[in-house]
Design a protein around this ligand. Structure first.
Ligand code: C2E
Ligand code: MG
Ligand code: MG
Ligand code: MG
Length: 287
């Protein structure tokens, strides 16, 4: 459903899903059957390697969408928090991981070495508490034929801060043992230090888009991000700048030596059949 917003443009109508207990219950109930009814799908947003003369698409982040029969197209913010609350995220998270691994195996078929493109998947803290997680992932990788070093798992900084028990540490360690990389998502929105992340076997830090948003206008934001990049690299942690929307931001990131960029400047998330053509397009465009 869509409605005019009064300024002559059309926006998708988004019901306030948490408005009433009734709607919450309806959403929760429909979550239970949504996987079976094939209502979820993944879109993929490119992550670009800025290093060297020619930009390269190093990988894609999987972002889940829900084509709800009654509420329309839902973005993750509209149902992931609920799924986390109810525990339904565990089943949904497995579906997402399995699908992303299968998709990445397909887009990497016949590619090798520097031509491969990684997939990075958002994982909730709940999933990390499961002690069967790493074995399960290892099996999925084997079944799909995806090398483990082409998979990255993203966990938000705040999830890390609230769940740092022994299960989480064990899982992190086991994942690094099998070659799966770990990224801290939305870095800068919590209060963790980079040194602490290093102790947790973190490979990649994703600087939150609130940092990146103002680097071109505000020199204090620019200095802050430069500092993060410098410290991260000293600890051999890679950095992805999120939410890159302008060429000015991209240029500043290159200049400060930030290796990876992701954002609307390159592309929003696209359906899986657009992954290969989009990568070719981005790598071919003149700058
Ligand atoms: P995130 O992991 O930080 O993902 C980036 C979000 O920022 C995505 O929104 C993406 O579309 C948006 N974005 C990307 N580039 C730009 C940009 O240049 N400007 C702006 N303004 N936004 C940009 P999306 O897809 O709505 O996802 C929102 C959040 O939902 C994600 O944040 C992630 O935390 C969560 N999420 C998404 N997919 C999954 C999933 O499969 N599992 C779990 N557990 N969480 C997910
Ligand atoms: Mg993410
Ligand atoms: Mg992020
Ligand atoms: Mg973010």
């Amino acid at each position: 459903a869509a409605k005019a917003d009064g300024k002559g443009t059309w926006t998708r109508y988004r019901p306030q899903l948490y408005e009433s207990a009734m709607e919450r219950v309806r959403l929760r109930t429909s979550l239970d059957t949504a996987i079976g009814k094939d209502e979820f799908f993944l879109c993929y947003q490119p992550i670009v390697d800025l290093r060297g003369g020619k930009e390269r698409v190093a990988g894609f982040e999987a972002l889940v969408r829900w084509q709800h029969p009654e509420f329309g197209l839902l973005t993750p913010d509209q149902f992931i928090p609920l799924a986390e609350e109810t525990g339904q995220i565990v089943q949904l998270g497995e579906w997402i991981l399995a699908r992303a691994i299968a998709d990445a195996a397909r887009w990497n078929a016949g590619r090798a070495g520097t031509a491969t493109r990684r997939v990075t998947v958002n994982v909730s803290a709940h999933q990390f508490l499961d002690d069967g997680l790493v074995n399960w992932i290892d099996r999925q990788l084997g079944d799909a034929g995806l090398p483990s070093d082409l998979l990255i798992l993203e966990i938000t900084e705040t999830a890390f801060l609230h769940h740092h028990g022994p299960e989480v540490q064990q899982n992190l360690h086991a994942l690094s043992e099998i070659g799966v990389r770990i990224a801290v998502d939305d870095f800068g929105t919590g209060y963790s230090s980079i040194a602490y992340l290093r102790d947790l076997h973190i490979d990649i830090l994703k600087a939150d888009r609130s940092f990146v948003a103002r680097i071109a206008e505000d020199s204090s934001h620019l200095r802050l991000l430069k500092g993060i990049v410098t410290v991260a690299y000293a600890l051999e942690i890679d950095v992805v700048a999120e939410g890159v929307e302008t060429v000015a931001q991209r240029d500043l990131l290159r200049k400060m030596g930030c290796r990876y960029a992701q954002g609307y400047y390159y592309s929003p998330a696209v359906p899986v059949d657009r992954v290969a053509p989009l990568a070719a397009e981005l790598e071919g465009r003149s700058r």
